[in-house]
Design a protein around this ligand. Structure first.
Ligand SMILES: Nc1ncnc2c1ncn2[C@@H]1O[C@H](COP(=O)(O)OP(=O)(O)OP(=O)(O)O)[C@@H](O)[C@H]1O
Ligand SMILES: [Mg+2]
Length: 250
């Protein structure tokens, strides 16, 4: 459903994504991990047609992300790292706008928009302007807009940021349900517990390079740390313990 082959993005001298090759299967929840600046969002932007790769190729739903950008955009649903909404629309208007953009029939809109607002506990806010929404409320609205489309391919850049525990739990259940129904989810996250519990496979990026790829069990074997959790493996692979000497100088 998602495939990259030597996908590369340079910004001047910086190689933000360096010859990334991976495949994500239908129905799979793939967790894309890595420290700040590793190249996760840059990868997402190339997969979704926002940034043009410097070299290499990528396909989403069988379509080339450069040559067939529109086909790719029709098929995928993106939750970007910043929840962008139009401040002068109300919550309900935003969802209707999303639904119209993706040609969802009016009858479906009438049923689903209130249902989604209720599910995300935004029903009382449906008539309020989005400029008055909190960060978490905007995030939930963007997720509602994505679910409205019943997408088969979801690309999610840190979708849990700003969600309260109840909403986060619900969103996890929604992702599992979508995956069971055959949807493919590609998710950047810093929340390793989510990656461990939710993702079928994870990939770890560091400085643009994919340094580990597999199930959590496979990564445990690879790191020869059978009893360790994903956090320990992540930190040992990405050199996350290096700060301990600096802490002494505090
Ligand atoms: N438009 C741009 N111009 C120049 N450099 C950029 C641009 N976008 C990203 N970069 C650089 O590319 C690298 C990767 O950034 P990216 O946003 O992909 O990281 P990330 O893995 O998503 O990090 P985070 O976990 O903080 O979200 C960083 O060094 C960043 O400074
Ligand atoms: Mg990012």
């Amino acid at each position: 459903m998602i495939k990259t082959e030597n996908l590369t993005k340079r910004f001047g001298r910086l190689v933000a994504v360096d010859r990334l090759s991976l495949e994500v299967a239908p129905g799979e929840i793939f967790g894309f991990l890595g420290p700040n600046g590793a190249g996760k969002t840059t990868t997402v932007k190339m997969l979704t047609g926002i940034l043009r790769p410097t070299s290499g190729r990528a396909w989403v739903g069988g379509h080339d992300v450069v040559a067939e950008t529109l086909e790719v955009k029709k098929r995928l649903a993106l939750v970007p790292d910043e929840p962008f909404v139009y401040p002068k629309l109300t919550g309900a208007e935003f969802l209707r706008f999303m639904a119209d953009l993706y040609q969802i029939p009016w009858e479906t809109q009438k049923k689903k928009i209130p249902e989604l607002l209720e599910m995300f506990e935004l029903l009382d806010w449906g008539g309020e302007l989005l400029e008055s929404y909190s960060h978490g409320m905007r995030q939930k609205l963007v997720l509602a807009g994505v679910l409205l489309r019943e997408p088969k391919i979801l690309i999610l850049d840190e979708p849990m940021v700003g969600l309260d525990p109840k909403s986060a739990r619900m969103v996890k259940e929604i992702f599992k349900t979508l995956s069971r129904r055959g949807a493919t989810l590609f998710m950047c996250t810093h929340i390793l517990e989510i990656a461990e519990k939710l993702c079928h496979r994870v990939g770890i990026m560091i400085q643009g390079r994919l340094i580990a790829l597999g199930t959590v069990q496979e990564l445990q074997r690879q790191a020869a740390q059978e009893d360790r959790n994903l956090e320990d493996i992540f930190l040992s692979l990405t050199g996350g313990h290096e700060y301990s000497a600096l802490l002494k100088n505090l």
